[in-house]
Design a protein around this ligand. Sequence first.
Ligand SMILES: [Ca+2]
Length: 507
Amino acid sequence: MKKKLRILVVFFVAIPLLVACSSAKEKTSKKKGDSYTIVNTRPWAGEGYKKGFVENSIKDSKIKINWDTYLYSDWGDKKAVVLSGGELPDAFWGGSLVDSDLAQNSEAFISLDEYITPEIMPNLSKALAEDEKLKAVATSADGKIYSLPARVPGRSVVGNQLFINHKWLDNLGLDMPKTYQELEDVLREFKNKDADGDGDSENEIPLSGIIYRMFLPWGLAETTSTIKYMSWDDKKVVYSPVTENYKVAIEHLAKLYKEGILDQEFFTQDNTILGAKKMDASQIGVTDGWVPGPYGTEEGEYVALPAIESPDGNAYVIQDVDDYIRNQFFVTTACKEPKKLLSWIDKFYTDDASVQNFFGSFGIGTTKNDDGTYQLLKPKDPATVQDENSWHISFRDYGPKYVGDNFNEKIHMLDDDGDGFKLKITKDLEPFAKPIYPSLAFTTEEQVRLSSLNTDIQSFVEEKMGEWVTNGGVDDEWDSYLAQLDKMGLEEFLTIQQDAMDRYFEK
Ligand SMILES: [Ca+2]
């Protein structure tokens, strides 16, 4: 990058000699340099995401962007080198860095507060003034903003959810379960009978997937927190694995395991093995996921399981998505003129831009109607689903964007495809969704300490989780388990997070 800057300087010095009549204003802007390098990470190769809004807005802003792009599969190895290699880029796009990167390299990044003004960033300033959650998500523990936030359009309230094999229900003449007891009875039938009808009553796996998502009936839902198993109640942090509900849940899951209802490989299989099982609809009765589609060729056998009434009378659903996302744009100390860069970035914070950068630009992935609503376009390749296509033709989950409340009402989705389909299959679950665990910001010291405490605590909790579900013993060992967690610093672990949550709600 330094080399490129030097070439630019030489070039601009020569310009006035040749173009004597160029305006003073233009010269000033060019002298300061208007070329920026941005590190960006992508799931796949391809440049489709730049077409339309991105290219046009760059042109309109009279700047040049050099995208330093890495595939997700390579970025893990390259990140440390890019952050410490001496030649920093001007900025990092969303998806490339997380809180701990900022904490460990804080000297590499500038605070953006002085640029978030109605003059330089009118759209973002307005959004931050109107939306307290956006501000809380963006603000660091020291009260400053080091990375820009986003609120994405088109997001369902419920993310991952449970699916049931309705062909198995039909084969055995069973009704869709509505309570946890009915679900358990259905799973037991799946286990004891030839649910898939292949003549073998021993080859069904009634329940498999990600273990923590099976804790739902006890109100222990997975959250988006970077620390696993965190929950909260009335602004107080709760570590689920030390609650009474968790203990009861473990006892029930141990019972299901012993009966062969819970996948016997639950704790030993990796994602590849689990993924292969999910691809074969003849193997699993109930499992989790984003949509039933990825379960392979027999897609259509699975339908969304309704919110199941738990023994306590409530129904719970998985809560693992948030439409508010932090860390979507970082500016480094290498950036010579952040003002111009950020004034371009501000263009991403309008409704039109947010739609285009999540679903694809107008004429490519979307159109804007005269009444102010938006229409999603079918992918050119009919074999591609819309949400996957959107990842190809937009920044999708990453990068600056913002829409207000109830914005989804303005988007005409494709009913049976991608995001439209997801919204359809989560609609009945929405009333049961609880507010998502807040995206907490930690100081550098807190972040380091928390990571260190969590390493021991999480590995101990998961070791015991697997042991108790497969071999039993949770009741006998519960007290010594709690004592061990105390020794591992559970109190400090919770205090750090409570302090962050208190700060979050003060903002
Ligand atoms: Ca069978």
